[in-house]
Design a binder for this molecule. Structure first.
Ligand code: SF4
Length: 465
C-alpha cells in the first residue's frame, strides 16, 4: 500500500438521552466520529423498558442501513466506533456490550485502554466471572456486578476505582445514561444539549453534526449522570490531573473539534508556525500530507512566508475492501491513496510537513514519490517531537521496535527516509502550541502518567531493549 496511516485511533463513543430518534442521532454522531475507528460499530437503544442492540464489523454506514436503524426505537442510546486495540478484532469485541441481568439490563462502551486489565481479569475469573469477549472494556461490567447489594451509582464508583489507564466510558440502563472519564483525563468526553435532551461525545465535531450545543467537558475522575430528573455530577476519585493525550491534538481528533476549549486545527496550525521558527529552511513551496498535516503546513507557510501549495492529493474513495495492487503493479507506479501533483512539485525545493513519524515507512515512500515527480530538494518537517516510546493508552504503538525514533537519531532517520533535511518540533514548542496546558506526552518523553504493570516489560521484550 502506498500510503497508510501509521497511527490508528482508538475508538469513539456517542450517547443520547431524552431525544426522539435516539438511534438516528447516534448514527449521525458516530458518522462524525468515524475517523476514530472503522473496524466495527454498534448502537444500543433504550425505549424506557428494554435495551436493544445492533453491532457488526465495518463502518457506520455499512453496519446501519436505514432498515436496520428503524428497528432501534427509543429515546436513549449509546454508540461506539471501534479500532481494535486490547483484545484484537472480531464481532465479539465490537461494542457496546449489552448485559442481561436480573436486576436490570445495562450496556457499556469505552474509548481508551485499561493498563491493569490482565490483573483485573485474572482476579475476576478466579472469582467466577465468565467473559464474553477479550476486550478490556468488559471488565467494568464485571466489576459493577461484583457486589449486587450496591446501588448502581455506588457500584460504578467502586468499580472505577479499580481501573487504571485511559478511559471514557458510557453506560446505559433502561432509564439512565452515565458518562465518565479516567482520573488522568487521557481521553476526551464532552456534553452537549439538544432540545430537551443531552448528548455525550468523544469529540465536539459530533455535537455540530447533530445540531447540539456544547455544554462542557467531563472532568477527570467525574461521573455525569443523566436521567428524567436532569443532569448531575459525582466523582469516583478526587485524586485527578489533566493529562489529555497530546496526540488527540496532533493527529487523532478532527480539525473542527475543540478539546478542553482548544480547537484542534488552530493548535496544529500553531505547531506549524512554531516549527517554522525552530527549523527554518530556504525553499520554494510548503506542502502537507493530507489530511491531518494540512493545518500545520498552513501554519508553517504563514510563518515562513513561503507559499503553501497542494502538492499531495488523497484519494477519498478507497474502501477497506479495495483490492491492493500487486507488487508488479506498484512498481509500475499504480498509486492508490496518495498522489503528488507533478506540476506543483517538479523542479521545486519542497518543505514537506507531516504530523508525526512512527515507523518511517510512509515518510520514505512519500519522499521517493516526490523525487520521482522531480522535486529539486525535499526538507521534511515534523509538527511534533520524535516518538521514542510506545503508548499503552489505546494507540497502537505498543512495542519499541515499531518506532523508528526509538533507535535512531534525527540524522539516521533522515538517511533512512531519504530526505535532504529533517527536523522535529521541540517539546517546548509543542507545549507552547497547546497553550502551556498540562497533557500526556509519554510517547515523546517516556514520562507515563500511570503505573504500567507488566506492559512496559513486554514492550521491551518484544522490542530490542
Ligand atoms: S503516550 Fe502518547 S499517544 Fe499515548 S496517551 Fe500519551 S500522548 Fe497520547
Amino acid at each position: 500500500m502506498l500510503y497508510d496511516r501509521e497511527l490508528h485511533e482508538e475508538c469513539g463513543v456517542f450517547g443520547v438521552f431524552n431525544l426522539a430518534n435516539a438511534s438516528e442521532l447516534t448514527y449521525y454522531g458516530l458518522h462524525a466520529l468515524q475517523h476514530r475507528g472503522q473496524e466495527g460499530a454498534g448502537i444500543v437503544v433504550s425505549d424506557g423498558e428494554k435495551l436493544n442492540s445492533v453491532k457488526n464489523e465495518g463502518s457506520v454506514r455499512f453496519v446501519f442501513p436505514e432498515s436496520v436503524l428503524k428497528k432501534l426505537q427509543g429515546n436513549m442510546a449509546i454508540g461506539h466506533v471501534r479500532y481494535s486495540t486490547t483484545g484484537g478484532g472480531g464481532i465479539l469485541n465490537v461494542q457496546p456490550f449489552l448485559f442481561r441481568h436480573g436486576e436490570g439490563d445495562f450496556a457499556l462502551c469505552h474509548n481508551g485502554n485499561i493498563v491493569n486489565s490482565k490483573e483485573l481479569r485474572r482476579n475476576l475469573e478466579m472469582k467466577g466471572s465468565i467473559f464474553q469477549s477479550s476486550s478490556d472494556s468488559e471488565i467494568l461490567a464485571h466489576l459493577i456486578k461484583k457486589d449486587y447489594r450496591s446501588t448502581r451509582l455506588d457500584a460504578l464508583k467502586e468499580a472505577l476505582i479499580y481501573l487504571e489507564g485511559a478511559f471514557a466510558f458510557l453506560v446505559l440502563t433502561k432509564d439512565k445514561l452515565y458518562a465518565m472519564r479516567d482520573r488522568h483525563g487521557l481521553r476526551p468526553l464532552s456534553i452537549g444539549k439538544l432540545d430537551n435532551g443531552y448528548v455525550v461525545t468523544s469529540e465536539t465535531c459530533a455535537l455540530d453534526a447533530v445540531g447540539a450545543t456544547f455544554v462542557r467537558d467531563i472532568e477527570p475522575g467525574e461521573i455525569v449522570i443523566i436521567d428524567n430528573n436532569g443532569i448531575y455530577s459525582d466523582f469516583y476519585s478526587r485524586d485527578t490531573e489533566d493529562k489529555i493525550c497530546a496526540m488527540e491534538y496532533i493527529y487523532f481528533s478532527r480539525p473542527d473539534s475543540d478539546l478542553l476549549g482548544l480547537n484542534v486545527h488552530r493548535s496544529r496550525k500553531e505547531c506549524g508556525r512554531i516549527l517554522a521558527r525552530e527549523a527554518a529552511v530556504e525553499a520554494d513551496i510548503v506542502i502537507g500530507v493530507p489530511d491531518s498535516s494540512l493545518s500545520a503546513a498552513s501554519g508553517y507557510a504563514e510563518a515562513s512566508k513561503i507559499p503553501y501549495e497542494m502538492g499531495l492529493i488523497k484519494n477519498r474513495y478507497i474502501g477497506r475492501t479495495f483490492i491492493e495492487p500487486s507488487q508488479a503493479l506498484r512498481e509500475k507506479g499504480v498509486k492508490m491513496k496518495l498522489s503528488p501533483v507533478r506540476s506543483v512539485i517538479a523542479g521545486k525545493r519542497v518543505i514537506l510537513i507531516d504530523d508525526s513519524i512512527v515507523r518511517g515507512t510512509t515518510s520514505k515512500k512519500i519522499v521517493e514519490m516526490l523525487r520521482q515527480m522531480g522535486a529539486a530538494e525535499i526538507h521534511m518537517r515534523i509538527a511534533s517531537p520524535q516518538i521514542i516510546s510506545p503508548c499503552f493508552y489505546g494507540v497502537d504503538t505498543s512495542t519499541y521496535e515499531e518506532l523508528i525514533s526509538a533507535f535512531h537519531s534525527v540524522e539516521e532517520v533522515r538517511q533512512l527516509i531519504g530526505a535532504d533535511s529533517l527536523a522535529f518540533l521541540s517539546m517546548d514548542g509543542l507545549k507552547e502550541a497547546l497553550g502551556n496546558r498540562d497533557f500526556c506526552h509519554a510517547c515523546f518523553t517516556k514520562h507515563y502518567p500511570t503505573h504500567l504493570y507488566d506492559l512496559i516489560e513486554n514492550a521491551n521484550k518484544d522490542g530490542k531493549f
